[in-house]
Design a protein around this ligand. Structure first.
Ligand SMILES: CC(C)(COP(=O)(O)OP(=O)(O)OC[C@H]1O[C@@H](n2cnc3c(N)ncnc32)[C@H](O)[C@@H]1OP(=O)(O)O)[C@@H](O)C(=O)NCCC(=O)NCCS
Length: 167
């Protein structure tokens, strides 16, 4: 396994580890409860076996009081030398604890290890939380795609970051 593919987050009570098929029910549940564009179980399952996919979860060693192991997840795909971030989501009760930041940081490191020179993503123009997260990690707005999203219709901001070895 990669040097940065598995990491315990000190004091956080969880590890960042590669997503497995066992995680998918919780990943889909998080997706459905966080307002993310729906991929669903089948799409995540198909994505998991793609060699160019980088998919991570923030997983507790033991289930919480509600029987859940996952705090959040990250899904990205490498294309040529660019890492495209598709989804990142954190359970509502686990937010503002640095979990998304940690998932993003590990995902970018894995991307760099595998040759990515830049990371790119689309985010809803009204999603201030996600834009702030990405900006805090050095992403900048580089474009806007009109009516990119449906249900509800909304523009996407395109954000990108050049990746360097010290990320
Ligand atoms: C966006 C999201 C992933 C952030 O997860 P998180 O674990 O709470 O984020 P972190 O705790 O790592 O926050 C890191 C930084 O991002 C910014 N940030 C995160 N949430 C924010 C919010 N609600 N408002 C403003 N800034 C925010 C802050 O700069 C924060 O640092 P700080 O807490 O020291 O101020 C989470 O809110 C979420 O799951 N949202 C729904 C799904 C979604 O929109 N995903 C993005 C799709 S592009």
């Amino acid at each position: 396994m990669s040097r940065v593919g598995r990491a315990r987050v000190e004091g956080g009570g969880y590890e960042i580890v590669p997503m497995s098929a066992h995680d998918l029910l919780e990943v889909v549940e998080i997706e459905e409860t966080t307002g993310l564009s729906r991929w669903g179980w089948d799409s995540y399952h198909a994505e998991l076996v793609r060699p160019e996919a980088i998919m991570l979860v923030a997983r507790r060693a033991r289930a919480d009081a509600t029987g859940k192991f996952l705090k959040g997840f990250f899904a990205a795909r490498l294309g040529a030398d660019e890492l495209h971030i598709n989804n990142i989501g954190v359970r509502e009760r686990e937010r503002r604890k640095g979990i998304a930041c940690e998932l993003l940081r590990r995902g970018l490191l894995l991307g760099i290890e595998r040759g990515a020179h830049a990371a790119l993503l689309e985010v809803r123009a009204g999603n201030v939380a996600a834009q702030s997260l990405y900006a805090s990690q050095g992403f900048e707005v580089v474009g806007r795609r009109r009516n990119y999203y449906h249900d509800p219709a909304e523009d996407a901001l395109v954000m990108s970051k050049q990746l360097r070895a010290e990320t």
